[in-house]
Design a protein around this ligand. Structure first.
Ligand code: PEP
Length: 249
């Protein structure tokens, strides 16, 4: 049985004080839930988020990290820095980082390896554009992203990775993949993982869906066989909506 994960990606939203309020607002739902609950906050909100989440079932994650340990990388944050303040998860290769900050499959792989080496749980994102979907290359594209992201990662480490399938055309657009569309790709990701590793490893890895998941559509998506939770943007900023999604999981 895979424990479901409900992870909020706050993106560039919420000051530290606003973050504290939001975390306090979702604590009751998180503490009552059988799933893992994660909030991925902006870097500056991480210390106060860790502080306020302490003693609850909420884990705190970053939205990025650098793949080197330290050095002349202005503006970057290392895995050791995240560990030092009690961060447990890190989103890697979100499509917005790939699109606006030139992240590549190669940097995604390096960051995933670094996160695992340092004991952080990587939430590795993949997903196709609308053009790729319309040209029927979704499955090839996702398989390639997964193979490159997981390059040189052992089966034991792979089991610690969380994959997030996020069709780019569904992120922040209000246009959600249908339950079947989302499940079909998550199942294909599991097949790809089985081809890289083995069935047992693939069956252990949690695969989330992300893309306009909200309080209305979460129940259907979360009941699908290969969807092990959600990576949620917009709806994770509203305590009621995020709590509702946690309750479904
Ligand atoms: C995301 O940022 O990962 C995401 C899925 O955003 P939204 O839920 O707003 O589409």
């Amino acid at each position: 049985m895979r424990t479901k994960v409900i992870a909020g990606n706050w993106k560039m939203n919420k000051t530290p004080d606003e973050g504290i309020k939001l975390i306090n607002g979702i604590k009751a739902a998180a503490n009552a839930a059988a799933c893992e609950v994660v909030v991925c906050t902006p870097f500056v909100a991480l210390p106060s988020a860790v502080n306020v989440a302490e003693g609850s079932k909420i884990g705190v994650g970053a939205q990025n990290l650098h793949f080197e340990d330290s050095g002349a990388y202005t503006g970057e944050v290392s895995a050791d820095m995240l560990n030092a303040i009690g961060v447990k998860y890190v989103i890697i290769g979100h499509s917005e980082r790939r699109e606006y900050f030139a992240e590549t499959d190669e940097t995604v792989n390096k960051k995933t390896i670094k996160a695992l080496e340092k004991g952080l749980v990587p939430i590795v994102c993949c997903g196709e554009t609308l053009e790729q979907r319309e040209n029927n290359i979704t499955f090839e594209h996702i398989a390639m992203q997964i193979k490159l992201a997981m390059k040189s990662i052992s089966s034991a480490d792979a089991c610690k990775v969380i994959i997030a399938y996020e069709p780019i055309w569904a992120i922040g657009t209000g246009r959600t993949a249908t339950d079947e569309q989302a499940n079909e790709v998550c199942a294909a990701i599991r097949k790809t993982l089985a081809s890289i590793y083995d069935e047992k490893t693939a069956d252990t890895i949690r695969i989330l869906y992300g893309g306009s998941m909200n309080a209305k559509n979460a129940e259907g998506l979360l009941s699908m066989s290969d969807i092990d939770g959600g990576l949620i943007g917009g709806a994770s900023l509203k305590e009621e909506d995020f709590s509702t999604i946690i309750n479904f999981a």
